[in-house]
Ligand binder design. Structure first.
Ligand code: FES
Ligand SMILES: [Fe+2]
Length: 468
């Protein structure tokens, strides 16, 4: 039981629907600004959104050998994933049972035995306490010997295609059920190499002064590309022309955002709040994967899935992981720190065994667009911070208006593209130049369902519209 959440009277628990106007019949959806700035609500989000079900933890390639470990968080709880001597992955709360000191202090490493930095209790890579310093002469009562001093295991730990997810409680759906048909899109990442995928060395982490949900929205937001990233588009165009004139070749072949506009694009909303944005890249031969395309087809990967590997697409798995394949492949992990403070950690994902030329291009495209040092990411971050700097527009209205695009185009169930690949989203919206915003609703409806559940109320059609 989480003793930190004691106030059952908070409106998020007693009447979470007050934060939304969700009336599909009237084509209306609005979100209340308090959702981005209420400190008590933030604590409830941590308890009931992040700590109540599955969150992404790491990729198996980050723990290749016996005794490797990787540390991260589930909401406010530090956790560690260990690869035991038997090769199995296990997840634990990263806290010593003695006084609660954080046990593994590095992000990742290898330790057959980990010693607590405070009083030197020792734990093996299966999470078992193997030594209590100075135990014989300590005067412990017999009851001490009957207690477990092992690390506290997570309620659940499971992998899908090498991506490792964990949950604090045990009573959560099976991971495959939680991911649902959105797994098709993980497969478009995972099946790019017969040897599987790998996280490339290094990670980039930064903290921005804004609410975490603004990052989630941005990931699904096609509407901002031609404004926020016009700088990126101009720089890429000028650099390409300069390099072509000087050396006869554009070495990066960055994604051409201008070429994406006017092409078919769409969004899907899945159960449990997972969402997908997809587009069409007329210059897909510039993708790092292009040289591996014949091999993909030769080894029997479904040709439709291969086609989707070359569509720009962003998968947002509720609540904390984004699989991005636009300028290049990237994983983004969200860790909310406060209502107006969020940590993002980013990883470059690549197919194992990729030819050297493809790997070089991948790295150049990755560093070009993403990270705090890229040409595009800082422009997104400035927008989140400007939303908070603008007081979330409070002087204008309590309600945010940004969910109206695509309202007359969205359909219940799969569109023709989804039917072609055999997936069943709750909602689909596709076409040219829609720059859909209805996909945000799927994320917020899951948020609402979590709060209804935490407050003990039955969500009224949470997946289809709470106030229809
Ligand atoms: S807190 Fe870990 S040994 Fe004391
Ligand atoms: Fe962006």
């Amino acid at each position: 039981m989480d003793m930190r959440v004691t106030d059952g009277r908070h409106p998020a628990l007693t009447d979470p629907g007050r934060y939304f106007v969700d009336q599909p019949a009237q084509s209306q959806f609005n979100v209340h600004r308090d959702l981005f700035r209420d400190a008590e609500l933030f604590e409830l989000e941590m308890a009931h959104v992040f700590e109540a079900s599955w969150v992404y933890l790491c990729h198996e390639s980050q723990l290749r050998s016996a005794n490797d470990y990787y540390t991260t968080h589930i909401g406010r709880t530090p956790v560690v994933v260990l690869r035991g001597q038997d090769g199995a992955l296990r997840g634990f709360v990263n806290a010593c049972p003695h006084r609660g000191t954080r046990l593994y202090t590095a992000r990742q490493g290898n330790a057959q035995v980990q010693m607590c930095p405070y009083h030197a209790w020792c734990f093996d890579s299966a999470g078992q306490c193997v030594k209590i310093k100075d135990q014989p002469q300590a005067g412990y009562a017999p009851s001490f010997g009957r207690q477990s001093h092992d690390l506290k295991p997570l309620g659940r730990l499971a992998s899908y295609q090498g991506f490792v997810f964990g949950a604090l409680p045990a009573d959560v759906p099976a991971l495959a059920d939680y991911l649902g048909d959105a797994r098709f899109f993980i497969d478009t990442f995972a099946q790019q190499s017969a040897q599987g995928m790998e996280i490339l060395p290094g990670e980039v982490s930064y903290v921005f002064r804004a609410n975490w949900k603004l990052q989630v929205e941005n990931t699904m937001d096609i509407y901002h590309l031609t404004t926020v990233h016009s700088t990126f588009a101009k720089i890429v165009q000028q650099r390409g022309a300069r390099e072509a004139a000087a050396a006869g070749a554009d070495k990066v072949k960055a994604v051409n955002l201008g070429a994406l506009a006017g092409q078919e694009q769409g969004t899907y909303t899945f159960p449990h709040g997972h969402t997908v944005f997809w587009g069409t890249d007329p210059l897909r031969e510039n993708r790092a994967l292009w040289a591996m395309r014949p091999d993909l087809l030769d080894r029997g990967v479904d040709p439709q899935q291969v086609e989707w590997m070359f569509r720009p697409r962003v998968l947002n798995f509720f609540p904390n992981i984004q699989f991005v394949d636009s300028a290049c492949m990237q994983l983004r992990v969200i860790r909310p720190l406060a209502p107006d403070r969020t940590e993002m950690t980013m990883f470059c994902l690549a197919p194992r065994g990729e030819p050297a030329a493809g790997r070089r291009r991948r790295l150049r495209q990755y560093e070009d667009f993403f990270n705090a040092s890229g040409i595009a990411t800082p422009d997104d971050v400035a927008c989140y911070e400007d939303i908070h700097a603008g007081g979330l527009g409070d002087a204008h209205s309590e309600w945010i208006q940004g969910f109206a695009r695509g309202m007359d185009k969205v359909i219940a169930g799969p569109d023709s593209h989804a039917r072609d690949i055999g997936i069943r989203p709750l909602e689909s919206c596709s076409g040219v130049e829609i720059q859909d915003e209805t996909v945000f609703r799927g994320f917020y409806r899951e948020w609402l369902a979590r709060m209804h559940k935490a407050g003990g109320a039955q969500p009224a059609q949470a997946a289809a519209g709470a106030r229809a």
